[in-house]
Design a protein around this ligand. Structure first.
Ligand code: NDP
Length: 310
């Protein structure tokens, strides 16, 4: 008999995660999304697997489920989804487990865990990395915060979309690790954009510069993958919104402040991504932050002004 589970939040990364969960014969899956048409689409695509159902409300999705997974923009949306007559708390069974795959913030997650505990429900923060392609292929890395028994209980569900599942510490630890990872990503994107814009203006083409950097100690995921595939091609596919990276870096910068760690680079990176978000808007991709640097520099990285014209 498949175990009943629910997945709420079918955005860019939530949808492929939910499809993999729904395709597992071990689970009978209920889906909920604020925009219901997306839930119907995901359920239709996943029908060959486990015929997921579409719930009308978070309460309905949670009813009877042993494990409920959320993947929303921020911890604020997760906290508000708990409340009200149609909220998760109205449907969650005692002894159920909420597994939050949102890239959230540790302090709000600790408050959510306390609120759930009042109802006998456990909580694991389980943000992911690996992007939309990693979700589609079941290759995500999942960083968990929670008690050892709760993380062990969540693991088989997480393995439907994750290849590497790491227990990082108590509730909030997964979100803390995720925020710092994202801050490093943001630093790498911004610094690669500044460096390559400078080289373009000094007369060195970005593809030539990356050929050297990617065989040298300055390389990163940004230089090896993001810039060659997204910036030099001018493709800028929209897979992860800059608004979400802005939120992530702000969490890391706040965490450093709260813990008394002087972190000028994190604070500056948070400011730069707040500005990029404000400049580029809600729907722009995170790698489009490079466009802000290009605008300031008056040069296109690998673009029409390259080829040694600088
Ligand atoms: P999207 O912006 O694509 O989707 C957001 C989802 O949250 C949608 O399902 C949206 O519903 C829902 N939502 C937004 N506001 C509310 C609300 N007030 N109440 C209920 N539901 C709401 O985000 P992603 O899927 O890209 O990201 C989700 C989380 O995963 C974020 O925390 C992000 O940082 C993280 N993440 C994303 C990655 C990526 O590559 N995209 C990679 C790793 C982590 P609706 O459809 O109605 O708008």
């Amino acid at each position: 008999m498949p175990e009943q589970v629910a997945f709420l939040g079918l955005g860019a990364i939530g949808a492929p995660m939910a499809r993999r969960l729904a395709a597992s014969p071990a689970y009978s899956t209920a889906l909920w999304n604020r925009t219901a048409s997306k839930a119907r689409t995901v359920a239709g695509l996943a029908r060959d697997g486990g015929a997921p159902t579409v719930a009308a409300t978070p309460r309905e999705a949670a009813r009877g489920a042993g494990i409920v997974v959320t993947c929303l923009p921020t911890s604020r949306e997760v906290a508000s989804l708990l409340e009200g007559p149609d909220g998760l708390l109205a449907g969650l069974e005692r002894a159920a487990l909420l597994v939050d795959c949102t890239s959230g913030d540790p302090a709000t997650s600790r408050r959510i865990a306390v609120r759930l505990a009042e109802h006998g429900v456990g909580f694991v923060d389980a943000p992911v990395s690996g992007g939309v392609a990693g979700a589609e292929q079941g290759r995500l890395t999942v960083m968990c915060g929670g008690s050892a028994p709760d993380v062990a209980r969540a693991r088989p569900v997480l393995e439907t979309f994750g290849a590497k599942i790491v227990h990082c510490g108590p509730v909030g630890a997964g979100h803390a690790v995720k925020a710092v990872n994202q801050a490093l990503l943001a630093v790498h994107i911004w610094s690669a954009a500044e460096g390559l814009a400078t080289l373009e203006k000094a007369g060195v083409r970005a593809d030539v510069a990356l050929d050297v950097i990617n065989a040298s100690s300055g390389r990163s995921n940004s230089s090896m993958n993001l810039f060659p595939e997204r910036v030099l091609t001018r493709a800028f596919p929209r897979t992860f919104r800059v608004a979400l990276l802005d939120k992530d870096v702000a969490i890391a910068a706040d965490l450093a402040r709260q813990r008394g760690v002087p972190a000028p680079l994190l604070q500056l990176t948070a400011e730069l991504f707040r500005l990029a978000h404000a400049t580029l808007g809600e729907e722009a991709d995170h790698v489009e932050a490079a466009r802000v640097v290009e605008g300031w520099a008056g040069v296109e990285i690998g673009g029409k002004y390259s080829s040694g014209e600088g």
